[in-house]
Design a protein around this ligand. Structure first.
Ligand SMILES: [Zn+2]
Length: 231
């Protein structure tokens, strides 16, 4: 959209989406999995409703993966400032209902921050949506295969895998999350090996497209639910 189109849009609606991502190891998948997925789910959810989606914030909070090359972490403080400045800018433009579609668990400080921001901007409403573990989407993951985690099949869509990269065929055992949280980044790289936290590396595209459809619909339902009334 150009700015005139946004100005025009804001005469009749005040909704927008902001995807939050992370650039970090995802086993054999792209480093940008957590950018691609929230942005795409946001776009597909919003498109039929004509609601604009802002570009994904491509960096998040992921200090634990720093020993995997290409993984870039913002400090929590930096991330919250970035999110804060973007929300301020959106509110200044005239957006009043903002759906944040988050793609990375490590960004959870932003979830707390958004409550604070919204309290200080009582004419705005902000929803924070972790698209991958929302109830219907997570139930579908569990129904397909309960052994699923970071960097496993559950993040392996036709649009997150790399051409020419062969996936291991085995089902990786779930890592010990208590240990993951306790060890330092150097030890973590050694412990994780390729970076998959548990599960097969790939499942069928039919299953993935079914999962995707649910995720898109679940995200869309937030745009038209009770929150859908203008503030
Ligand atoms: Zn991810």
């Amino acid at each position: 959209m150009n700015w005139m189109q946004v100005e025009q849009y804001l005469q009749n609606d005040d909704r927008a989406l902001l995807p939050l991502g992370s650039t970090e190891q995802h086993s054999h998948l792209r480093l940008t999995v957590d950018c691609i997925l929230p942005e795409r789910v946001a776009v597909e959810a919003a498109e039929p409703l004509g609601i604009p989606v802002f570009p994904v914030v491509p960096y998040g909070v992921t200090p634990y993966f720093r020993e995997f090359p290409g993984s870039i972490s913002l400090k929590v403080e930096t991330h919250l400032r970035v999110v804060s400045d973007i929300l301020d800018g959106m509110a200044h433009s005239g957006f009043r209902r903002i759906l944040i579609v988050n793609g990375h668990g490590g960004n959870n400080a932003a979830q707390q921050f958004v409550l604070e921001w919204a309290a200080d901007h009582p004419n705005c409403r902000v929803l924070y949506h972790n698209w991958w573990n929302a109830p219907l989407t997570w139930a579908k993951v569990q129904a397909i295969d309960p052994v699923a985690s970071h960097g496993s099949w559950m993040e392996n869509f036709p649009w997150t895998r790399l051409p020419g990269v062969e996936m291991p065929k085995n089902q990786r055992e779930m890592v010990d999350l208590a240990r993951v949280r306790a060890i330092n980044p150097v030890e973590l790289r050694e412990y994780l090996g390729d970076g998959n936290f548990g599960g097969f590396y790939q499942r069928s595209d039919d299953e993935m497209l079914e999962l995707w459809k649910i995720a898109v619909e679940e995200t869309r339902s937030l745009l038209t639910g009770s929150w859908g009334e203008p503030a």
